[in-house]
Design a protein around this ligand. Structure first.
Ligand SMILES: [Ca+2]
Ligand SMILES: [Ca+2]
Length: 91
């Protein structure tokens, strides 16, 4: 029985590890919003409409948009997107 348990745990760990790797996409970092991919009309700024289409499903697009739009002019420039940092990861 002990032998079986060890095998079962090893199998479970193996599955969990594989799932974790698959979820993270291997060693590649998580996809970061790319300015050009959000700026779909290519005018150099991200409008709320463009942002809403590319925004993550969680959270309110307007709220997140306002956080990134540092100068509050209703458009996100590439600099504003680049300089915006999520609250977490603060060192
Ligand atoms: Ca645009
Ligand atoms: Ca702005």
């Amino acid at each position: 029985m002990k032998h079986f348990s060890t095998f079962a745990i090893a199998a479970l760990l193996s599955v969990a590890f594989s799932a974790n790797v698959a979820a993270r996409g291997g060693d590649t970092p998580p996809p970061k919003p790319d300015f050009s991919s959000i700026d779909t009309d290519g005018d150099g700024v991200i409008s709320l409409a463009e942002f809403s289409e590319s925004a993550p499903p969680h959270g309110d697009a307007q709220t997140i948009f306002n956080e990134i739009d540092a100068d509050g002019n209703g458009e996100i420039s590439e600099q504003e997107l680049t300089e915006h940092k999520p609250p977490r990861r603060a060192r």
